[in-house]
Write a protein that binds this ligand. Structure first.
Ligand SMILES: [Zn+2]
Length: 195
């Protein structure tokens, strides 16, 4: 059963010896052809999210089981958008957020237009109006996180581990892109890191 077919994967009980497997996705220094293989404790975790179909609610912390149940809320400060949250529509919406959109609007190719629209109005509007006010997101760190949640497979699930000391230790010294490639994120999902 592939990850895309179900939110639940079978639990695999690994022997003590097999819990530590070398995994070449964690190979560093490919550019200069050096190979370092880091032993990682690998266990199967359940449940898992269906990539880009299921999300974790930023209000209640529970699973958003279907895209149709998801909602995005945010606000604007000095013309700049911020506070992006993915939440359960209705159930976790206190109706206080001044801006909102259905989660599905941020997914797929159409979602890329929505997301890049936060970064630039694009050449046609720029040529027409010559905007002078910076309306880009207030925090590009926050916006990049949101962008990747709705566009990059396995980011949403892997993201739940981004503050774990064991994970931070594993990626110490890596460049800023390596942790977020799909293959690396999938590996993070399947790895149990030390706290
Ligand atoms: Zn919720």
């Amino acid at each position: 059963m592939s990850r895309g077919e179900s939110a639940m994967r079978p639990i695999t009980v690994l022997s003590q010896a097999s819990q530590f497997k070398s995994h070449n996705l964690f190979t560093r220094g490919q550019a200069n052809r050096l190979i370092f293989v880091i032993p990682l404790k690998r266990v199967i975790t359940v449940p898992t999210l269906r990539p880009l179909e299921q999300f974790v609610c930023d209000v209640c912390g529970d699973l958003i089981e279907n895209v149709e149940d998801g909602y995005v809320i945010y606000r604007c400060e000095n013309y700049r958008d911020c506070g992006f949250k993915i939440i359960h529509q209705g159930r976790c919406d206190d109706n206080k957020a001044p801006k909102s959109e259905a989660l599905k609007e941020f997914l797929g190719a159409r979602g890329l237009i929505m997301l890049t629209g936060f970064l630039s109005p694009g050449p046609i509007i720029i040529n027409l109006t010559h905007p002078e006010i910076d309306e880009s997101p207030k925090s590009l760190d926050e916006f990049t996180d949101f962008f990747r949640r709705v566009q990059v497979p396995f980011y949403e699930e892997a993201r739940q581990k981004f503050n774990q000391p064991g994970l931070l230790h594993e990626f110490h010294g890596d460049n800023e892109l390596f942790p977020y490639f799909e293959e690396t994120l999938r590996d993070i999902c399947d790895t149990e890191f030390d706290d």
